[in-house]
Design a protein around this ligand. Structure first.
Ligand SMILES: *Cc1c(COP(=O)(O)O)cnc(C)c1O
Length: 404
């Protein structure tokens, strides 16, 4: 089956005793056993046996199998064998990230990251993990020599953790380059693919070990729930150590959220195509506007990582950012003037979302610190939706007109 058909049909047809056309929602905390043998099979986690929803549920399983198939779609290993992946659904993107890191790391270990990772992930690494003696080292991972030098100098680095494109500055990192460094020094790579989804980018093709997503964003696509997913190629780790953590930390998903993600996944490819084509039109419009200082869009040939993005992504994505002339106040004015674009701290939904980090999401972060990561006073982040692009452009045009 092709990618877009897997998005709709999944990999295996679930048992369906009542011939319901759409999947039922298994709103149940526990599962019954026919007899003791059946119960033992469930405890052994034999295929298609369920025990208790914290351990798994038919709805969560459907999403896991589908996303594993999409992340691994058409991928082959060095010997030409299909790459088999296993996925685990979580209560949130943060649930997936924290459970994975706690399963891979122990006190004394270090994580190498770039500066502009997702705010929640950064905070986890800077506040919670140090309490159990796990620290992060920040380096500009666009510089592969520097990345390698750092790994070489610090044997306690056990993971390279990165995102590409990184939000909100839309920097792009070389997945093959960083994965090769990790392999050379026998350490692991964890990659956050939320902003791309497997439709735009398949990180396993470039050698990463683990992929995480906030399904809250494009995979669900409609902003109807919080969720996360982890995909790994070490099947033994996924099945045993990772599952053990999930089960005992309790960062599991649930039937209804999984059902919503599965519904959203049906339309992933056509949504992504439209998100991307809209983003291109809007980036071009913004770049031509006299009140705009700079537009960060990977599709522009003069973006410093345009060629890298073209190599590792199918299209340039729909998360863009730009700077307006007039600093902090101009950013605030723009926020208070848009109507169609919604001021909401998320991304990847069918409607267009806009954020002014300096006055909103990063208002509590010292200016010098945020500017280090490219979050300037007038930087605006736009998660371009799938409305008609002329309506989004009209909304931005009207709001920009209000700036002095
Ligand atoms: C939203 C987001 C997360 C966190 O996901 P939640 O579902 O909100 O817990 C992690 N990484 C990226 C890139 C995100 O955008």
């Amino acid at each position: 089956m092709k990618f877009d058909s897997i998005c709709i049909h999944g990999v295996k047809k679930a048992k369906n005793e009542n011939f319901s056309h759409c999947a039922p929602i298994y709103a149940t905390s526990t599962f019954e056993f026919e007899n003791v043998e059946h119960c033992l099979k469930a405890f052994d986690r034999k295929e298609n046996t369920y025990l208790y929803t914290r351990w798994g549920n038919p709805n969560t399983k459907t999403v896991e199998d589908k996303v594993a198939a999409l992340e691994g779609f058409n991928l082959k290993d060095k010997r030409g064998k299909p790459i088999i992946l296993k996925a685990q659904l979580f209560s949130s993107g943060m649930g997936a990230i924290s459970t994975l890191l706690m399963s891979l790391l122990k006190p004394g270990d270090k994580i190498l990251t770039h500066g502009s990772i997702y705010g929640g992930t950064a905070e986890l690494m800077d506040t919670i993990l140090p309490e159990i003696k796990i620290e992060r080292i920040i380096v500009d991972l666009k510089n592969l020599n520097k990345a390698e030098e750092t790994v070489k100098k610090n044997p306690s680095i056990k993971i390279i953790y990165f995102e590409s494109p990184a939000n909100p500055t839309i920097d792009c990192y070389d997945i093959t380059g960083l994965s090769s460094i990790a392999q050379k020094y026998g350490i692991l790579t964890v990659f956050d693919n939320t902003v791309c989804t497997p439709y735009l980018q398949q990180p396993f093709k470039y050698g990463v070990d683990y992929v995480v997503h906030s399904t809250t964003k494009y995979l669900n696509g409609h902003g109807t729930g919080i969720g996360g997913i982890l995909i790994g190629k070490n099947l033994d780790f996924m099945r045993n150590r990772l599952f053990h953590s999930l089960k005992l930390i309790g960062t599991n998903s649930n039937a209804f959220d999984a059902w919503l993600i599965n519904l959203g996944l049906n339309t992933l490819p056509i949504r992504m195509d439209k998100h991307c084509s809209n983003a291109k039109e809007i980036a071009i419009f913004l770049r031509g506007h006299k009140k705009i200082k700079k537009v960060n869009y990977l599709g522009f040939e003069d973006h410093p990582q345009h060629r890298l993005a073209k190599k590792q992504m199918r299209n340039f994505g729909a998360l863009i950012s730009f700077e307006v002339k007039g600093g902090l106040n101009a950013g605030i004015k723009l926020m208070n003037s848009v109507k169609l674009c919604k001021l909401a701290p998320s991304l990847g939904t069918v409607d267009t979302l806009i954020i002014h980090p300096a006055s909103m999401t990063h208002a509590g972060v010292a200016k010098t610190i945020r500017e280090n990561y490219g979050i300037t006073d007038s930087l605006i982040r736009l998660s371009v939706g799938i409305e008609n692009s002329t309506d989004i452009i009209e909304d931005l045009k009207g709001a920009l007109l209000k700036l002095k």
